[in-house]
Design a protein. Structure first.
Length: 470
């Protein structure tokens, strides 16, 4: 079988021209993965990975001798801080020779090895095996190999390359442990192979992650062994004032403090830069609004919740929207047994992601696997036990997410929301401007305004209204 694999690899490398390097160019599209993807050509978010962002003047170079890869292009993005003003930008992604070492992080190197050329180089060096499968009605010879680096769980990563009857690698796939998406399937397909004046290259490249859009390229030109391979796709100039070298400092330990808002009602925070949660005690259970952004903060908030409201299980966790910085604590709450409350537009993504096996991870949910239970909110849903009430509303249309919710606690007149930040003394950003008319239409009688992104000081309705000039 080893000899068969070597033959398959050699035939495939020959079919691709036995190149030492290749560059191709055209236009591309990507997404801000697990974000909304709003961009200059489409300002309204229709889904977690929809719309995709155009990348113009796209160029990629793959150097098999180093080995390394670089790709670049120009973009137009929405501005930072809630602005929908379009800002020009640069797309740049690389796999350095150090990152391409298969004993290093698979997350950093796989973008090189899921290309047909990089895959075959890795297969030749890493004892590939061969098998045969049928996919979408086509028969393939499948080469399989593993990098030497292991997953956090200790399990080996696996990468498969699908070689067609013309000895071309049509598709490559691997899996990577991801906080929300578990054993995230990464699939790259290469179609429309064409001879570009002596070099064979695909005209269409599509990469998905977890079954969702991630990256696409329409190739219009390609060249084998370019003489300027070392200078193609230069890295962007470093930002002024930046300091290079050295590992980033270790994060400070999370110290949770609580603010009592009412009877069995608390805001949990870890101070500046925190993602805050609000916990609500019902007769027989606790509801947590937001899951703390990360596993570490979620664990800290769960422990604090059990101190503040002992003897009651956390039955629900509300997710304001499915962006990655607002979902990171959800796996920990799922392991705790909590039901995830999310807007209907997010259900397919979160249900699929949170219920994917986690064999590559060693986090709380991997160690205590549980099926994630998802409860959907369409436009409004009220949770009450006769003494405590929480109302949840879908806020739309807004540019930030099509699955965004707010929570209102009527007794204490508290509005809890995710990314509609207000900065004292500054005008409202575009997200807040979109939220205010929705609040007026809903006629929500709130006073306190609590944001997931912690505020330096308590904020109130008057602060929000002042920010929009009311």
């Amino acid at each position: 079988m080893a000899q068969d694999a070597k033959t398959v690899i050699a035939n495939a490398q020959k079919a691709l021209g036995d190149v030492k390097s290749i560059t191709y160019s055209g236009s591309a599209k990507d997404v801000a993965f697990q974000q909304c993807g709003a961009n200059s050509t489409d300002m309204m978010c229709r889904g977690t990975h929809d719309p995709m962002r155009p990348i113009n003047n796209y160029v990629r170079v793959i150097d098999l001798t180093l080995p390394a890869s670089r790709q670049t292009g120009t973009t137009n993005n929405i501005g930072a801080g809630g602005s929908t003003t379009v800002m020009p930008g640069v797309f740049f992604q690389q796999v350095t020779a150090q990152q391409a070492d298969v004993s290093q992080s698979w997350a950093n190197s796989l973008e090189f090895y899921i290309t047909p050329w990089g895959f075959l180089k890795g297969a030749a060096a890493n004892n590939a095996t061969v098998s045969h499968r049928k996919v979408d009605g086509k028969n393939y010879t499948v080469l399989t190999w593993s990098p030497t680096v292991k997953a956090p769980s200790g399990k080996s990563y696996v990468i498969n390359g699908y070689v067609n009857d013309k000895n071309i690698v049509d598709r490559a796939e691997t899996w990577l442990g991801e906080n929300i998406m578990g054993d995230m399937h990464i699939l790259a397909t290469y179609t429309g192979w064409k001879d570009f004046g002596g070099v064979l290259a695909p005209t269409k490249i599509v990469q998905t992650r977890g079954g969702w859009p991630f990256f696409e390229v329409d190739v219009t030109a390609a060249k084998a062994n370019p003489p300027d391979v070392a200078t193609l796709v230069p890295a962007p100039a470093p930002a002024r004032g930046g300091r290079g070298g050295g590992a980033p400092p270790a994060p400070a330990p999370l110290v949770v403090t609580s603010e009592k808002l009412g009877d069995q009602l608390y805001r949990l925070t870890t101070g500046p830069g925190s993602y805050d949660s609000v916990i609500v005690g019902f007769k027989d259970y606790v509801m947590m609004l937001e899951a703390g952004q990360s596993e570490a903060r979620a664990l800290a908030y769960i422990a604090e919740t059990k101190k503040l409201i002992p003897g009651k299980p956390i039955r629900y966790v509300m997710n304001t929207h499915p962006h990655s910085d607002h979902t990171g604590g959800l796996p920990t709450l799922v392991a705790e047994g909590a039901i995830v409350i999310t807007q209907k537009n997010n259900v397919e993504f979160l249900d699929k992601a949170l219920n994917t096996p986690r064999t590559l991870l060693d986090d709380t949910l991997a160690k205590n696997p549980k099926k994630a239970k998802i409860e959907a909110v369409e436009e409004k849903k009220v949770y009450t036990d006769g003494t405590r009430t929480v109302e949840m509303y879908h806020v739309a249309p807004v540019p930030h997410s099509n699955g965004l919710m707010i929570a209102f606690i009527p007794k204490e007149k508290i509005l809890f929301q995710g990314d509609f930040s207000v900065t004292p003394g500054e005008p409202a950003n575009d997200h807040v401007k979109a939220l205010v008319p929705i609040l007026e239409k809903l006629n929500i009688d709130f006073d306190r305004y609590i944001n997931v992104h912690t505020s330096a000081a308590p904020q109130y309705k008057a602060d929000v209204w002042k920010a929009v000039g009311k």
